[in-house]
Structure formats: structure tokens, C-alpha cells
Design a protein around this ligand. Structure first.
Ligand code: BES
Ligand code: MN
Ligand code: ZN
Length: 506
């Protein structure tokens, strides 16, 4: 999808489809129905004049309220160069949000596809709307247009794959060109990285093994000139990463620890990202029920988010040094597999009694976090599809965040708000730690069914020392069964936008 900036108006726009945003009007006291208002600067009123008030009338008659994402398509019948006019509801002005505008962008992409439009034109006016800068609105629309066009159909026969029709988006604006261009580039980098994450989460586990993931990371590094090292079993053994290796020992697929580095010219801070990449989680000997087990191909989503974030920042170049670590393994049952009752000595010397081989993610993360925090970065942030408990607690929309430094967490929450993603903090309640220390070893690897997300994070906290650290449990938001305008059923790429926003703040 190609973006172009133009001046002029929608009346003369050379595009197949022109879109007019309509705010939902607040009803006056005692009035039930509310009619949307066409905002002058978005080109709506000009078009309305040309159509002799037809548009306004249509809105009134059909009771198009302008509520968020609702649309009406009007055939332009040769009165303007465009074939169709699309009215799109923006919702209430004071409720306009980044997330809402992304959804509206996605709705535009869907409607363009519906009428087979190759080009779309819309107006983005320079004045702030609801304290919302033109750059932020532009970026959100770009992200929505790209995310709403996402399909994963490369495994279908060629004739069944969707051919996307929308090639060009012409943005008519009175805002400074440089501002718009920057916003478009940012939106594109973030949305494309998000789609890359979705692809990785959706790729079947026979094709996306740990080695295959390492190959993909090498390609990203080469393309973006990032440095990369990939450790195999030998290096993991040298590092005494026995917790990590225990998970891998039941699989014929060799484990890898991928390390990418981004280093800008000036950087005051050094941040480490860590992402769980279990390319298939069968549960191991503590095998999962077969229902929906195929979805455990997406248990590498934390690693995918981290890799995609590196791709985006290599393009956007924030002033912060970033190291990404992606521990990757399969979790399989086998004669050689680790088993409940085993006691394993982790890299930092702590012993872990295995209660459930299905609590494997924290084993990979434990050794990786101990290695990473030895390097004394300013902050460590890990992302993992770690607990089913996060799904029960927060549902598909939210990521859970926990950590040992409230200032870091506050910064991440604020970044997620600006990125239009949903994150909710859970308490890192130390009193639950007793549940992890009652076995014959220093730790058990499962704190049982209660407060799973918290006890899993407490487990991780035993491997980060004094380093300022935050953990995202993305078990819920990395995958959607519901699907939405912004994302079909499958991997979501959730948290790439938040991480890029966070890293851009240094
Ligand atoms: N990968 C799963 C967590 C998960 C569940 C991700 C549902 C996405 C959707 C993780 O490895 C796991 O199996 N966790 C266990 C922890 C338990 C044994 C303490 C779980 O959630 O049951
Ligand atoms: Mn598991
Ligand atoms: Zn898992």
C-alpha cells in the first residue's frame, strides 16, 4: 500500500473511493435521536453542496448516526471523478482515540476491498481534534489501513488467496508535509512489523521450528544491518542453561538462543528485550488436552514480537540501544523428555523441581533472564504467552504487565495508551512466593491453578536480580479467536506498537 500527500479537495480527487468522516452528534437534552455532523474540513460539506444536500438527507433518513466504524456507501454517478463516496462514522468527538482511529482505518480498507477500489482518498485536517495531533491521527489511520488489509492465506491454493485491490491512499491535508510524511513512515513500519509478527504466529509448527526462526532472524538482521548471534545446544551447555535445555531435550528440533543488537550513534540507555519462542507447546509429558492444541503453534509469539520490534526500530532509529534475546525450543513428550519430579539446576544455581512440564516457558526465560541481567542493562522487558490464567483474567484484548519497578511499568502503560493497545497491570504479590518454595528444591516450576499469571511472574523474578524489569503475559492478546476489523482470527502482533512507542521515548 502506497501513501501520497496532496492538497485540494475530495471533489476533484482522482481516486476510486473518497471517504468522509462523520462525528456522532451528542443528542441535546430531551432528544433521543442524534444526527451526525459533516465536518467542513474533511471535505464533507463541499461534497454535500455538489450533491444538493443529498448526503445530509441520506444521513438523516437512514439514521446514520456516525457511531464508530459504521458506514454508508453512496454511488457518485459521475458527478465527481471518484466512483463512490463512503461515509464513515468516527464516533463521538471527545471519545476519539488511537485505537478507534486504527479501527476506522481498518474499516476503510475493508470497504475499499468490497468495491474493488485501487485508490482511496481522505482528508486529514491539521487542527487538533479532541487534543489529538494531526501526526497521531495520520499514523493511526495508516496503521489501521495496513492492519485491516492483513490476510494469512499463503497456505491456500492460489485461486483462493485474496488479491488486495487497494494500492494507493491519497491523503488530502493542509498540515505540514514533513509531519505527515514522518507519521506515515512510522505507521507503516509499526503496522508492517505487526503483520510480520502475525505471520510468524500463524505459521504452522512444522515450518516454523527454532532453527527456521533463527534463519528468519538472520534475514532480518542482514536486511536491517543489525548484528546477530545464534547459540545452539553447545553454547547453551557452556552457559549451564539447564532449565532451558530441559525443555528442549524431548524434541528432535535443536534449541536456539537468538541475540540481535541495535546500536544507534547516541544512546544513553541500554534496554534488553526477551521473548519466549516455544514453536510448539504440546505440554510435554504433562500433555495438554487435544482440544485446540494446534493453537500452541503460536507459543512463540513473545519472540516474534521482539524480533518484529527490532525490525521496526532498525527503520525508525530511536536513540536507545536495544538487545533482543529470543530463547526458542519445542516442548514435546519423548523418552528423553524432562518429566515431573525432575530437579534441574538453572544457570544461576537455583534448583527447580518440575511439577508440570507444561510450565515450560518460565524455564526458558529463567536462564535467559539470568544471562541477560548479568549484562546489567538499564531495563529488561520480557514478553511471553506464559499462562492460561492471563486468558481467564483479561480475555483477548488485554496484555498483563507485572514487574519490580513501578516507574518502568508506568512508562510502558503510557506507551500502550499512546499506541492504542490495551495493557493492565497485575500485582506482583510477594506473599504468593511461598507457594513456589514448598518442594525439595529451591523452587517448583508451577504454583498451581490460582493466580497463575502472578506466580509465574514471581518465578521469573527469581532470575533477574536487582535489574529493573517488567514482564508482559501476552497469552491472551497474542491470538484472537473472535477476530475484528483490525485482525482476522489468528496471531495478532499485539504489543509491537507499544514496544516501539516505548523505545521511541528515550
Ligand atoms: N503456553 C502456555 C500458556 C498459554 C495458554 C498460552 C493458553 C496461550 C493460551 C504455557 O506454557 C502453559 O502451558 N502454562 C500453563 C501453566 C501451568 C502449568 C502452571 C497453563 O497455563 O496451564
Ligand atoms: Mn506450556
Ligand atoms: Zn507454553
Amino acid at each position: 500500500m502506497h501513501f501520497q500527500i496532496a492538497s485540494g479537495s475530495l471533489i476533484s480527487a482522482e481516486a476510486d473511493l473518497v471517504a468522509i468522516g462523520c462525528f456522532q452528534k451528542e443528542p441535546l437534552d430531551g432528544q433521543k435521536k442524534s444526527h451526525p455532523v459533516l465536518e467542513r474540513a474533511d471535505g464533507g460539506s463541499e461534497l454535500d453542496r455538489l450533491f444538493d444536500g443529498e448526503i445530509s438527507e441520506l444521513i438523516a433518513k437512514e439514521n446514520f448516526t456516525g457511531s464508530e466504524g459504521k458506514t454508508r456507501l453512496i454511488f457518485a454517478a459521475g458527478k465527481i471523478p471518484a466512483r463512490y463516496i463512503l461515509l464513515v462514522g468516527l464516533g463521538k468527538k471527545k471519545e476519539l482515540s488511537v485505537g478507534g482511529l486504527k479501527r476506522i482505518g481498518a474499516v476503510l480498507a475493508k470497504q475499499a476491498q468490497e468495491v474493488k477500489a485501487a485508490s482511496l482518498s481522505l482528508v486529514v485536517q491539521k487542527d487538533a481534534i479532541a487534543n489529538f495531533s494531526v501526526a497521531a491521527r495520520m499514523q493511526a489511520l495508516v496503521e489501521g489501513l495496513i492492519l485491516g488489509s492483513y490476510r494469512f492465506d499463503r497456505y491456500r491454493e492460489a485461486s483462493a488467496r485474496t488479491k488486495l485491490t487497494l494500492e494507493k491512499v491519497v491523503v488530502i491535508s493542509n498540515a505540514p508535509r514533513a509531519q505527515l510524511e514522518k507519521a506515515i513512515i512510522r505507521g507503516q513500519a509499526i503496522a508492517e512489523a505487526t503483520c510480520f509478527t502475525r505471520d510468524l504466529s500463524n505459521t504452522p509448527p512444522n515450518d516454523l521450528t527454532p532453527m527456521a526462526l533463527a534463519k528468519i532472524a538472520e534475514n532480518v538482521a542482514k536486511q536491517e544491518r543489525l548484528t546477530i548471534t545464534v547459540w545452539g545446544k553447545k553454547e547453551l551447555q557452556d552457559q549451564k542453561m539447564n532449565a532451558f535445555l530441559a525443555v528442549a531435550q524431548g524434541s528432535v528440533e535443536p534449541p536456539v538462543l537468538i541475540h540481535l543488537n541495535y546500536k544507534p550513534k547516541k544512546a544513553k540507555y541500554r534496554i534488553a528485550l526477551v521473548g519466549k519462542a516455544v514453536t510448539f507447546d504440546s505440554g510435554g509429558i504433562s500433555i495438554k488436552p487435544s482440544r485446540n492444541m494446534h493453537e500452541m503453534k503460536s507459543d512463540m509469539s513473545g519472540g516474534a514480537v521482539v524480533l518484529a520490534t527490532m525490525l521496526a526500530i532498525a527503520q525508525l532509529k530511536p536513540d536507545v540501544a536495544v538487545d533482543a534475546y529470543i530463547p526458542s525450543s519445542e516442548n514435546m513428550p519423548d523418552a528423553k523428555a524432562f518429566k515431573p519430579g525432575d530437579i534441574i539446576t538453572a544457570r544461576n544455581g537455583k534448583t527447580i523441581e518440575i511439577i508440570s512440564t507444561d510450565a515450560e516457558g518460565r524455564m526458558l526465560l529463567a536462564d535467559t533472564l539470568s544471562y541477560v541481567t548479568d549484562g546489567k542493562p538499564d531495563y529488561v522487558i520480557d514478553l511471553a504467552t506464559l499462562t492460561g490464567g492471563a486468558v481467564y483474567a483479561l480475555g483477548e484484548i488485554y496484555a498483563a504487565v507485572l514487574g519490580n519497578d513501578q516507574r518502568l511499568i508506568d512508562r510502558l502503560l503510557s506507551a500502550s495508551h499512546d499506541a492504542g493497545e490495551s495493557v493492565w497491570q497485575l500485582p506482583l504479590e510477594k506473599r504468593y512466593l511461598s507457594g513456589l518454595t514448598k518442594g525439595p528444591a529451591d523452587l517448583v516450576n508451577s504454583g498451581g491453578g490460582m493466580a497463575q499469571t502472578i506466580t509465574a511472574t514471581l518465578f521469573l523474578s527469581q532470575f533477574v536480580g536487582q535489574t529493573k524489569w517488567a514482564h508482559f503475559d501476552i497469552a491472551a492478546c497474542a491470538w484472537t479467536n473472535e477476530g475484528s476489523e483490525l485482525c482476522p482470527k489468528g496471531g495478532t502482533g499485539s504489543m509491537v506498537a507499544t514496544l516501539v512507542e516505548f523505545l521511541s521515548g528515550f
